[in-house]
Design a protein around this ligand. Structure first.
Ligand code: ADP
Ligand code: MG
Length: 443
C-alpha cells in the first residue's frame, strides 16, 4: 500500500498534482511542506544562473521563522496522520484520470510538423499534442514495409522496451498508436541532431574533449539504466545518440535492444558493422559486455572522427572490419587522444570479454604473494604489557557472547562446499552416517 501511494502521489505526475490539490483543500497544514518539496525539485533542474536566485528565494520562504511558509517540521501527531492519509474522494479522481489515460489515441490527437529524420521503416516527424501544446517526435513505421521486411516482432519489442524505460538519458515513449498505414511511436523530441552529424558535418571533424566527456557520461548513465533492467542495447553508436534543444543527449532507437533475464545469454549476431564486439563477431554467447565495446568505439569516433577499425569513408568489406576487430591492435594516431582517453578506450575495447568476464571473473592485474605480509609493523600487537592490568568481568563476557555468533550462513556454506567438506559429508551420509547438528558442531 505504501508503494502504491508513493507511486501515485510522488512518481506519477498527475497523481502528484492531485495530491497537492488535496492537501490545499483539506490539509492546509501540509501545504508548506509540499510546496517546499516542489520548489526544491524545480530548483534541482534550474539553470546555473537562476539556481542561486531560486536558492535564496527558497531559503527566505521556508527557512525563516517569521515567514508564513516556515517549515516547523512534521512531527508527532501530524507525522502519524501522514501515514494514514487516505481519502475516498481522491481515489475516485485518480481512477478517473487513469481511465482518461487509457483513451484511444489517433492522428487527430496531434498536429504534425516537419520531418526530423528517416528510419528503416518510415520517417520521423515533429508533432504537437493539440490540447496541451506539448511537442514530441513521432516515429512512423509503415505497416506494409514492416510486413515485407518481417520487422513486426522487432517493432513490438522496441515499443515494449521503450515503455519500460524511464530515464533522463534515454528517449522515452509517450504514446504508441496506429492509423491505417502506420504504427506510431511518439517520443521525446530531440531537436539538436545526432552525434554522427556533430562529428562529421559541423565544422572541423570530431568533437572537442569537453563535449566528448560530457556526452560519454550521459551515454554511460543511459546504458547503465538499460543494464539495470537487464536490457542489452546492442546498437550503441553516435548516430543513435540524439541531442535535445538544451544540448543534453539521450540514447534513441531501441530497435535492437533485448531483455535478458538474469543468467540468460544470447549469441545472435546483431548491431552495426564497426561497432560490434568480438564476442558477437565470433558468435559466442554474450550479455551486456557488447554495449561497453560499442561505447569504446563511439568515444574513439567522437575524438578521431573515424572508427578504431575502419577509417572515415573507407570502402571496406564487413569481413575485413571483422578481421581487424578480432586480430588488430587499436591504434591512436589522432593528435587529440590524451592518456586518460586512450586508457578508457583500451579498457572498453577489451577483446577478451568472455562468459567468465561477464560474471565478474576477470583475471586481476596483480596478485599478492601468498608468503608475504603486506602491512607495516606487523609485530606491534605482540606486546601485551600495557593491557595486563585490565580485568575482564561478567558484562564483558556478555558482550563477547553477543559478538561471537559463529558462522555466517552463506559464507560458511560456500566454504563447506569449496573445501570439499560438503561432498565428504554427503558421502558419509550415503554410508548411513546422518548429517546431524552435532556433526556440524564438531566441524
Ligand atoms: P530506425 O530504427 O529506423 O533506424 P531511428 O529511431 O533511428 O529509426 O530514427 C530515424 C531518424 O529519425 C534518426 O536518425 C533521427 O535523425 C530521427 N529521430 C529519431 N528519433 C527522434 C527523436 N526522438 N527526436 C528527433 N529526431 C529523431
Ligand atoms: Mg537508427
Amino acid at each position: 500500500m505504501k508503494d502504491t501511494y508513493q507511486s501515485l502521489c510522488e512518481l506519477q505526475p498527475i497523481g502528484r498534482k492531485l495530491f497537492q490539490q488535496f492537501l490545499q483543500a483539506s490539509k492546509p497544514q501540509y501545504m508548506a511542506t509540499a510546496e517546499f518539496l516542489e520548489d526544491l525539485s524545480d530548483w534541482s533542474f534550474a539553470e546555473d544562473e537562476t539556481k542561486e536566485k531560486a536558492k535564496r528565494r527558497i531559503l527566505t520562504k521556508f527557512c525563516r521563522l517569521e515567514s508564513r511558509g516556515f517549515l516547523s517540521g512534521v512531527t508527532g501527531k501530524d507525522a502519524e496522520r501522514c501515514k494514514h492519509l487516505s481519502d475516498k474522494n481522491i481515489d475516485e479522481i485518480v481512477l478517473q484520470w487513469k481511465e482518461y489515460e487509457k483513451q484511444r489515441i489517433s492522428d487527430k490527437y496531434f498536429y504534425e510538423f516537419r520531418t526530423l529524420g528517416k528510419g528503416g521503416f518510415g520517417e520521423v516527424c515533429a508533432v504537437q499534442v493539440r490540447h496541451t501544446g506539448h511537442m514530441y517526435a513521432c516515429k512512423k513505421l509503415d505497416k506494409r514495409r514492416l510486413k515485407k521486411k518481417r520487422g513486426e516482432k522487432m517493432a513490438l519489442l522496441e515499443k515494449q522496451i521503450l515503455e519500460k524505460v524511464n530515464s533522463l538519458f534515454i528517449v522515452n515513449l509517450a504514446y504508441a498508436y496506429d492509423n491505417k498505414t502506420h504504427l506510431c511511436l511518439v517520443m521525446d523530441l530531440m531537436n539538436g541532431g545526432d552525434l554522427k552529424f556533430h562529428i562529421y558535418e559541423l565544422g572541423e571533424r570530431g568533437i572537442c574533449m569537453e563535449r566528448v566527456v560530457y556526452y560519454s557520461a550521459q551515454i554511460t548513465a543511459g546504458i547503465l539504466h538499460l543494464h539495470s533492467m537487464d536490457i542489452v542495447y546492442r546498437d550503441m553508436k553516435p548516430e543513435n545518440v540524439l541531442l535535445d534543444g538544451k544540448g543534453q543527449c539521450r540514447l534513441s532507437d531501441l530497435g535492437l535492444a533485448m531483455e535478458l533475464p538474469k543468467g540468460k545469454m544470447i549469441c545472435q549476431k546483431a548491431g552495426t558493422a564497426g561497432y560490434m564486439a568480438p564476442e558477437i563477431l565470433r558468435q559466442e554467447y554474450y550479455r551486456m559486455s557488447v554495449d561497453w565495446w560499442a561505447l569504446g568505439c563511439s568515444i574513439y569516433e567522437m575524438v578521431a572522427a573515424r572508427l578504431p577499425f575502419k577509417d572515415f569513408r573507407e570502402k571496406v568489406q564487413n569481413e575485413e572490419v571483422t578481421r581487424r576487430t578480432l586480430e588488430d591492435e587499436c591504434r591512436f594516431e589522432h593528435k587529440r587522444f590524451d592518456a586518460p582517453t586512450k586508457d578508457i578506450i583500451r579498457r572498453l575495447l577489451n577483446k577478451s570479454w568472455s562468459i567468465a568476464s561477464v560474471v565478474g571473473l576477470v583475471q586481476p592485474p596483480w596478485v599478492p604473494k601468498a608468503n608475504v605480509v603486506y602491512a607495516k609493523n606487523v609485530d606491534k600487537f605482540g606486546d601485551t604489557s600495557d593491557v595486563q592490568h585490565i580485568e575482564l568481568d561478567a558484562k564483558d563476557e556478555e558482550f563477547f557472547k553477543e559478538f561471537s555468533t559463529g558462522a555466517v550462513p552463506i559464507q560458511w556454506q560456500k566454504e563447506m562446499i569449496d573445501s570439499g567438506v560438503f561432498d565428504e559429508l554427503n558421502d558419509c551420509k550415503l554410508n548411513q552416517l546422518t548429517l546431524t547438528s552435532r556433526t556440524c558442531t564438531i566441524l
